[in-house]
Design a protein around this ligand. Structure first.
Ligand code: RIB
Length: 305
């Protein structure tokens, strides 16, 4: 029975510093506070889907260091199955996040072990595709591994939700094999070839990508909301208004939640509305995985509101 979500992607050890402003060139800027968290787009999306009650299996690589051990412990505490995650020679991937007082973040990642995932590793784990209904992918692992994952998903009848973040080059034939592409406006620009300055530009981009790849398209626009295009029909959703504390993982919460809702048989628009609520709650606390809500937390907060 196809009853689980497979996530193939990155696992990072996030170091989040709260800073009053971004440092100038040559400046040593003391942070107001620091915290370390389990992160990485792949792991974050896996945790959000698991928190929403889905059976989630993760494949990725961490180093043999203490950070890798910490990530495996944390992610499995959220009931994501990490039995297939492997150890690599490289150090565990890192996320270095500067969070500004308004909650916005400037992040750098070091791929580390995430970039040791090979197409052969993916083929060796083909059995993970057999009982998966959805595969979630992002672009923090090597392109060849992503391509092999999409090939095996197509071969095994698994629907692919591809979060094209951070934006990297990929052959267009692979995008056509996905059922849903989720990207922000910066990533969308790389695919559609024109600048996205407002919602109208995002609509044009979503429509052209939907026609080109014949897959559902979601372009997220931060506080301007999101544009969804399915079978050439455009919908714009406004975001939930909440007080942002720190936005790391908001996009990942959205991806995990959309997939989870689609698995429950919801329409794409219903799934996006629910995902908006999940990412709104995620930005109200520091860190990615810890701040992601359960279904009960979403209902409680938004019914109360
Ligand atoms: O999307 C947020 C994530 O991006 C962080 O957890 C960081 O590790 C980077 O992968």
């Amino acid at each position: 029975m196809k009853d689980k979500i497979l996530v193939i992607g990155s696992m990072n050890y996030d170091i989040i510093t709260k800073v009053p402003h971004m440092p100038e060139r040559g400046e040593t800027l003391p942070a107001d506070s620091v915290s370390v968290r389990s992160g990485g787009k792949g792991a974050n999306q896996a945790v959000q889907a698991a928190k929403l009650g889905k059976k989630v299996v993760m494949y990725g690589k961490v180093g043999t260091d203490a950070q890798g051990k910490y990530l495996l412990e944390t992610i499995s505490s959220y009931k994501v199955n990490v039995d297939n995650v492997e150890k690599a020679q490289e150090i565990t991937g890192l996320g270095l996040v500067n969070a500004l007082p308004d909650g916005s973040v400037f992040a750098t990642i070091a791929h580390g072990a995430n970039y040791e995932i090979t197409p052969e590793d993916i083929s060796r784990h083909e059995e993970l595709f057999y009982d998966a209904e959805y595969l979630i992918l992002q672009m923090e692992i090597p392109q060849k591994a992503i391509e092999k994952s999409i090939e095996l998903a197509a071969k095994n009848g698994v629907k692919v939700v591809f979060n094209t973040a951070p934006s990297e080059k990929i052959e267009e034939s692979y995008l056509e094999k996905c059922s849903l592409l989720i990207m922000n406006e910066v990533e969308a620009q790389a695919f559609c070839g024109f600048e996205i300055k407002n919602v109208q530009d995002a609509e044009s981009a979503a429509l052209s990508l939907n026609r080109k790849y014949e897959t559902g398209i979601i372009i997220t626009l931060g506080e301007k909301g999101s544009v969804i295009c399915e079978e050439e029909k455009l919908t714009c959703l406004t975001p939930e208004r909440v007080e942002a504390v720190e936005t790391t993982g908001a996009g990942d919460s959205y991806v995990g939640a959309v997939t989870s809702e689609l698995m429950d048989g919801k329409s794409l628009i219903e799934a996006c509305e629910f995902a908006n609520r999940c990412s709104a709650l995620t930005v109200m606390k520091v860190g990615a995985q810890d701040s992601m809500p359960t279904k009960e937390e979403v209902d409680k907060f938004f019914i109360k509101k």
